[in-house]
Structure formats: C-alpha cells, structure tokens
Design a protein around this ligand. Structure first.
Ligand SMILES: Cc1cc2nc3c(=O)[nH]c(=O)nc-3n(C[C@H](O)[C@H](O)[C@H](O)COP(=O)(O)OP(=O)(O)OC[C@H]3O[C@@H](n4cnc5c(N)ncnc54)[C@H](O)[C@@H]3O)c2cc1C
Length: 332
C-alpha cells in the first residue's frame, strides 16, 4: 500500500516511464530512479517500436492483441511522434501460402494485390503479388519516444534521478514499483532473458512509409522506417542469455532477408548491430505482481512498447484501489 505518499518507480525503460506517467496522471506523487545516465538505458533501446497487436496475434496469445490494441491510442495521446500508418505483411512469391496461414491466425487486415501494394509502398512495386495490410497498426521510434515520455513527466513535475542503482529487495521504506527489466531476476526467479538482435541500416534508395514484415521461411523479418533513410531490421528471438554482440549468422540472416525484401538494401550502409535480452516470464506474457511494500511490472518480452501502457494501467489501478481502501479505513 502506498499510503497515499510518494511512489518510487525504479527503472526508466518503457515499463517504468509508462507506469510513472499513468500514476502521475491519476494524481499520485511519483519519482523515477534510473541507474543509467539516460532514459531507455536497457532493453527498450533496442526495440523496433512496432505497435502491431494484430500482426503479433498470428504468433502469440490472444492477450497480446486484447491488451495491445488499446495501447495504440495511449501512445497517440502521450507521444506525438507515434505514426499510425498501418503495417504490411508480404511473402516471397514461392511462400504466398504463408500469408494465408498468417491471415487465418489473426484479424483486422485487408488483402492487397500487386497494385494495392504499389499504392501503399511504391518502392515495393512489382516485388510481391499479395500482401496483408493492417491499417490500424502504428509504430514509433523508441529512442525518441522514451525521451518524449520523460518530457511529459517533467511537464507534470515528475523528477527522474539518474545514476542511482537502487536496491529494491528490502521490505519497508518507500512504496516501490520495480520496473528493472531483466535486472529484477534477483527477486523474480521465473524471469528469463530471450536474446534479440537487430541491425540498423541507412539506404538512400529505398523508402517505406510503414513497418513491413517479410514471412521468410527461416527468419521472419521486419523493417521499421525511422526516417531520413534509416531502417531498423529485426529481430532474432533466441532462447539464450548470451550477452555478446550480434553473431555473424544472425547478421547475415537479417541482412539477407532485408535484401530479399528489396535488393537496394544490398547497398545500404550498416549503422549499428545491436543485441539485448528481453525479459520474459514462462508464458511470455507480462505481469504486474505484488511485492513487499510495492509492485513489480515485468516480463514484457517482445512487446515492451505494445503492452507497457496496459501494464501501467494495471499497476495504477492497484495503487489507486489500495489508496481508496486506506482512506476508507481511516474514515471508519
Ligand atoms: C532486438 C529487439 C527488438 C524488439 N522489438 C520490439 C518491438 O518492435 N516492439 C515492442 O513492443 N517491443 C520490442 N522489444 C521488446 C522490448 O524492448 C522489451 O520488452 C522492453 O524494452 C522491456 O522494457 P523494460 O522497461 O521492462 O526493461 P528495460 O528497458 O531493460 O528497462 C529497465 C531499466 O531499469 C534500469 N535499472 C535496472 N536495475 C536498476 C536499479 N537497481 N536501479 C535503478 N535502475 C535500474 C535499467 O538501467 C533500465 O533502464 C524488442 C527487444 C529487442 C531486444
């Protein structure tokens, strides 16, 4: 129970910042503590930033779609850089049956033929015969969205204290919401890391207006446009907690798939190869859990940006109902 006093949010990744903003908007006094020197010092920095609940439904639990769909509105309200332009799913001509299978597992899409693809993405004209278009999906640039949330917090008077490595495993003290991502394994024995790798490239020859997924037989790929010719090509999902840099195999596969989407990516400049561990619970679904004198928000796995607003709402609901209980008992 927060006793109506200040709530401390530990971790300024997407989980911590969305939770702090949600609490502040409900009138709760909040402070954020981050051990790094900037927001998004952890896994959140590597994310593609796709807000794609219906595409994700094709490979994940129904809860991801149900919790993720309302998050798009949350991001549109809180971060003006959120782009709602839909997403496009294509498959090489020999794998178009993959598109049908993908469609069978989800909803809220429209079929597009070659002309329809060219109308949406002129640079893909003539490259694919059929596609699925998900008009209600959105995307954002995580490395801009997180500072955007920090600015929104600053406007509300919420401070972020950087460079503080806070211990959160003790009872007592401030009511604390642990949003430390994988670092919370010291208290969450069922949390694991799932390795994700990505490549950032710059191409002056290809232009895309929305995330494009390629249903590739070996490595399903997505490319997210970041503006100014920059694209994030992602991402592997490997059951490994190895923390080293991107492997040659993964880099080759990601870049090959990008080349299959458009050969002009062969001339693109590699800007960055990045890898991190996604925090995941055994069911790969996020959760808000109670802890002594606080809460935990974790397990965002592949859906940090998609599901953090829903987790933030759940955490804020718990704080609010605890505070209401306390007020009732005090007045009784
Ligand atoms: C390659 C890749 C691609 C991805 N693509 C997408 C995507 O397209 N869409 C999507 O929704 N998700 C995506 N994800 C998943 C997403 O990045 C994660 O789910 C999300 O970032 C987890 O956020 P978090 O806030 O829980 O953890 P983190 O971002 O790791 O944040 C935890 C923060 O806590 C801080 N911290 C830790 N310990 C302490 C301490 N003791 N005191 C103070 N601070 C502390 C850390 O410095 C860090 O800033 C991707 C992930 C990867 C790796």
């Amino acid at each position: 129970m927060s006793n109506g006093a200040k709530v401390i949010v530990v971790g300024a990744g997407v989980a911590g910042l969305t939770t702090a903003l949600e609490l502040s908007e409900r009138g709760v006094s909040v402070e954020v503590i981050e051990r790094g020197s900037t927001v998004g010092a952890g896994c959140s920095r590597m994310a593609g930033g796709m807000l794609a609940p219906w595409c994700e439904r094709a490979a994940t639990d129904e809860a991801v779609m149900r919790l993720g769909a309302p998050s798009i509105e949350w991001w549109l309200r809180h971060y003006p850089g959120t782009v709602r332009n839909g997403s496009l799913v294509v498959a090489p001509p020999r794998d178009t049956s993959e598109l049908t299978r993908f469609a069978e597992r989800t909803e809220n899409y429209e079929w597009r033929d070659a002309d329809g693809i060219a109308a949406l993405e002129p640079d893909l004209a003539g490259r694919f015969r059929r596609a699925l278009f998900f008009p209600r999906e959105a995307h954002l640039e995580p490395r801009r969205a997180l500072p955007g949330l920090a600015e929104a917090l600053a406007r509300r008077g919420v401070a972020i204290r950087f460079g503080v490595d806070k211990a959160v495993d003790r009872d007592g003290g401030d009511f604390t919401i642990d949003c430390r991502g994988l670092a919370a394994r010291d208290v969450l024995t069922d949390l694991r890391g799932v390795r994700g790798e990505m490549v950032m490239v710059r191409s002056r020859e290809v232009s895309l207006s929305r995330p494009v997924r390629l249903l590739h037989p070996r490595i399903p790929l997505y490319i997210v446009p970041r503006g100014e010719g920059v694209f994030m090509v992602g991402a592997t999902a490997i059951e490994s907690e190895a923390t080293g840099g991107v492997s040659v195999r993964s880099a080759v596969e990601l870049l090959n798939a990008a080349y299959a989407l458009h050969p002009a990516f062969g001339e693109a400049e590699i800007l960055e190869l990045g890898a991190d561990l996604r925090p995941a619970f055994p069911d790969n679904l996020p959760a808000v859990r109670r802890r002594p004198n606080g809460l935990l928000v974790n397990g965002l796995y592949r859906h940090g940006f998609l599901l953090a607003p829903a987790m933030a709402r759940q955490a804020a609901d718990l704080v609010e109902s605890d505070n209401a209980d306390l007020r009732q008992r005090r007045s009784a």
